[in-house]
Design a protein around this ligand. Structure first.
Ligand code: GLY
Length: 560
């Protein structure tokens, strides 16, 4: 019998053993799933109950999320899946990130005076990169799954045909994006019937999306990247002012990469390699923090050092990182402990380092976030951490007619001009400039933590803040926090520029705030809480499996 409960559910599992790192696994007795929506969790459970492994569940969950959380991820976007195969302990990273269309140019979002055209990277068909998620689903199913796509896509197709209730989160997202959505008749017909935005409790049916999913179920990646769906996508994009071609779609390729590995006080962190900045930034922060006895310091000093490490890691993100196929990055240096030693010398215990004093780039003055994450562990010990995105709420707010697919606005993750902040206030250089076929730099950081304690599978949406959220959760796990505590943790964030520490209410005590301000940190309360972390953990000593979904979201977990 299976159990599904909201928020956190912990059950004592009769686990035998699970590996740390690349050591082979033996089966665990129970499986765990945490996702951002109860129906996505149910889809994963249904597919595992039908004989699928964690990878089949990842396909089912990713496709279900495209239907039940279409404002956050979907067939029109991209995805990163971090995988651990129980048999042999192999770990790999499946990169289904979007790429720039073949006709994209470096300055395509600038006007004749070299100024960014407002909204051009965010709204409408020109903002969309070539999607990777459909190719990723087909790839995962073929290479790693046990079940045919037809089976793992069935729950998503059913949800799309039966209809899904609008959640409160979707209602808020719709309010935020209604203006842009009005310019896309297909999107407006779904979400703004009669010109009025749907509200929580309304039911939306997605017949076009169900048809597109059925084509993928029948024909694999060709069901999306060639044939009638590809033609509808390209016709719709071009009519909407975009530049996609059929060739762009046909050429899209999923890439498997080596994950980035780092260690911190007996814990191994396995996370996303470029074109995500996540793994490199996390590794750098942990290298810097390894030089301190954080446990012996006052909480304000611990937080000060963590903020200073974030500042330096995000600086390097801005300057060096991009798509490895297009830029040569000094990864050996960035990952070297000697580099961290040098960075540590520049950190003062009593004073914040103004970001402007770090050599680098300066931002030009400028402007939500959406993405989703899920974590899965199956009874054999296979694991998936998947982070999927169409970038901001409802992506580009553009749907090519007849497809049911909301296109991403991931082109905004490129640096359209050195120093010009993107939608997440991130700046960059030529390393992340636009080029045809190039993957835009991401912050998505699906991550495994491994130690003598056991394993944690985690990740979250949140744009530029993903990396700092994963970092804080990893530090907490290293200090003994459980899954529920990791997702509930109050968060703070520094990303080099803007030179402020954004924080959630409760992240700092009044004394800590005073101490950090005395060191020169500019503290800025976040307008609202942020993130929607999903964690599954396995504890080696007790054999317990736990799963937790961020209390800030409406997610759900299951253990069975
Ligand atoms: N679209 C958000 C990211 O990839 O970082």
């Amino acid at each position: 019998m299976t159990l599904t409960r909201r928020l956190c559910l912990i059950i004592v599992a009769l686990a035998w053993a699970l590996p740390a790192g690349a050591k082979p696994s033996r089966p665990v007795a129970e499986a765990g799933i945490a996702t951002a929506h109860p129906l996505a969790t149910q889809a994963g459970e249904e597919i595992m109950a039908a004989g699928g492994n964690a990878f089949d569940a990842a396909v089912a969950i990713s496709a279900a999320l495209a239907v039940v959380e279409p404002f956050a991820s979907g067939l029109g976007g991209g995805a990163f899946w971090l995988l651990h195969e129980a048999k042999g302990g192999r770990q790999t990273f499946v990169d289904a990130r979007e790429v720039a269309p073949g006709a994209a140019t470096r300055d395509m979002y600038l006007d004749e005076l070299g100024k960014p055209r407002p909204g051009a990277t965010l709204d409408g068909a020109l903002a969309a990169g070539i999607p990777g998620q459909p190719a990723g689903l087909a790839y995962l199913a073929k290479r790693y799954g046990r079940l045919p796509l037809k089976k793992s896509l069935a729950p998503a197709i059913r949800y799309a045909e039966d209809g899904v209730e609008v959640t409160r989160g979707m209602e808020l997202g719709l309010r935020f994006r209604a203006g842009a959505a009005r310019n896309s008749p297909a999107l407006a017909a779904l979400y703004l019937p009669g010109g009025k935005a749907l509200v929580a409790g309304d039911v939306v049916r997605y017949p076009d999306l169900a048809r597109t999913l059925r084509r993928i179920a029948a024909d694999g990646r060709d069901g999306f990247y060639r044939g009638p769906v590809a033609e509808q996508l390209v016709d719709g994009v071009r009519a909407g002012g975009g530049i996609w071609t059929l060739d762009d779609l046909a050429r899209y390729e999923v890439i498997e990469r080596q994950p980035i590995r780092a260690s911190y006080r007996g814990m191994t962190i396995v996370s996303a390699p470029p074109p995500s900045a996540g793994g490199i930034a996390l590794a750098n922060v942990f290298q810097i923090l390894s030089g301190y006895e954080l446990g012996r310091l006052a909480p304000a000093d611990r937080k000060h050092l963590t903020i200073e490490a974030m500042r330096r890691a995000y600086r390097d993100r801005a300057i060096y990182l991009g798509d490895p196929a297009f830029v040569s990055m000094p990864l050996d240096r960035l990952l070297s402990p000697y580099y961290a030693d040098g960075q540590r010398i520049s950190i003062l215990m009593d004073r914040a380092t103004p970001s402007i004093q770090l050599s680098g780039i300066l931002p030009e003055p400028v402007a939500g976030t959406n993405t989703t994450h899920f974590s899965v562990l199956d009874r054999a010990g296979n694991r998936v951490a998947g982070t999927l995105s169409i970038n901001t709420w409802f992506g580009s707010a553009f749907m090519p007619p007849g497809t049911g697919v909301i296109l991403n606005n991931e082109m905004d993750d490129f640096s359209i001009k050195t120093g010009v902040p993107n939608g997440f206030d991130l700046i960059g250089t030529d390393a992340n400039s636009i080029a045809p076929g190039k993957r835009m730099l991401s912050s998505m950081s699906p991550t495994f933590l491994e130690s003598d304690r056991g394993v944690a599978i985690l990740g979250t949406p949140g744009g530029s803040r993903i990396i700092s959220m994963v970092l804080l959760a990893a530090l907490a796990w290293s200090d003994g926090a459980d899954a529920a505590a990791m997702v509930a943790l109050k968060r703070y964030h520094h990303q080099y520029f803007p030179d402020v520490v954004a924080y959630e209410d409760g992240a700092f005590t009044p004394d800590e705030k005073a101490a950090l301000e005395a060191k020169g940190h500019k503290l800025e309360p976040s307008e609202r809480s942020y993130g929607n972390m999903q964690v599954v953990t396995w504890d080696r000593a007790t054999g317990r499996v736990a799963a937790a979904s961020d209390p800030r979201g409406g997610g759900d977990v299951t253990i069975y």
